[in-house]
Write a protein that binds this ligand. Sequence first.
Ligand code: GDP
Ligand code: GDP
Length: 438
Amino acid sequence: MTDALPVVALVGRPNVGKSTLFNRLTRSRDALVADQPGVTRDRHYGFAVYETQRYIVVDTGGIGQDDEDIDTQAFAQTEAALEEADVVLLITDHRQGLLAGDAAIADRLRRIERPVHVVVNKSEGEQSVSAIAEFHALGLGEPWAVSAAHGDRVGLLLEHVFAQLPAPRALVSAHDRDAIRLALLGRPNAGKSTLVNRLLGETRMLTRDAPGTTRDAVASEFSFDERPYVIVDTAGVRRRARISDTVEKISVVKAMQAAEAAQVVIVMLDARAGLSTQDIRLLSLAVERGRAAVIAVNKWDGLSEKQRQRLHAELVERIGAFDYLPLLFVSALHGSGLRELLDAVQASHRAAFAELSTNALSRTLEDAVEQHAPPAIHGRRIKLRFAHQGGRNPPTIVIHGNQTQRLSDEYKRYLMRRFREKFDLFGTPIHLVFKNSD
Ligand code: GDP
Ligand code: GDP
């Protein structure tokens, strides 16, 4: 059983420190399974972890600002983000004190049925409770003094927030333990429901949402070649921007929850629509979470050979950071390419869960260093001694040596490539961890 990740939304006036807090929460030591070179992190949606509880942080500050294809009324976007939140942190600024803008946001928050906590940021070094007493006037309970920049009392705040979090919703309850859990992500109209219907072998009428509403992702079980699968389909979690009924957006939060629950993510692209920043965003979040993934280019039917070549070249060029993910061309409508798609899913799943021996890893490291040694820094060579496996799903390789913090991203990419080729780790991100022994 996999629960939907809880969602913590940060709201507040500009410059109070929302993005600073966002960065602190999402960069906490092992929040990111994979700091993948070449993959840009989303600035507004991030995975985080408090003790063992994973969660999603949303910085509502700039939501909507950098979307290519939507009318950007920041407030409507913030409202939509609040609807998806389980708990809201209203961030204020100790240095500026309580302002009318804070009160206006508090008024708005009083109307939503979510726990809200008032956070008084930039309170570093502040010991006295009375210093933040004025924030009681917001009428949202006890204010919490923190310093996002220095980390002061952020842990205490989280302890408080998580103690009051409502019980999570179950997202996937797989009856079959051997089933491979899939998440199907893609923009509206990419063909996700069509694919799921194909895979389930029946034409189901999916209940479509009314405009402006969201519903949970649904999990369905099916088998293919006698292999059981569970697929979390986010087709129903489209949402319409309130301001314009014609534009449908993906819900990033729902996509993140589905990726969390999955072992392999299928990102579906629409060959007719080309590659968009939303597609890249979906790929990035899957990889950032450390999930195995495959890219399915749908609606491959009916394209001329020339169009196919052009699209193929464009994809290869633009998804360079994901060049280790298999690229499959399918037609959900006609059912072509599905066997190849599921074969790729299985291969990615195998790679994600591969067992790697210390001997073989160390030998591969040795060979890699022999062929291309890390550069000397101030006359001292960076030494890489041996490697062992630190975890699976995604494969985590721990490398012991000295001065490893000085290794360039380029060199890390080189090592990753060597491990990937040697152990056939395609279709999954790899996590490299460096340990210094001197
Ligand atoms: P946002 O607009 O709400 O996302 O605010 P930012 O995170 O961009 O922060 C605005 C400014 O406040 C930046 O210059 C930050 O460095 C600063 N800042 C953020 N958190 C703290 C803090 O805890 N203490 C102090 N002194 N400054 C902070
Ligand atoms: P979703 O929003 O991602 O669930 O997309 P749908 O499954 O509802 O499909 C959107 C539209 O694309 C529908 O009109 C489908 O018939 C069409 N479609 C889906 N797959 C294919 C395909 O492989 N080829 C073609 N030509 N059209 C497709």
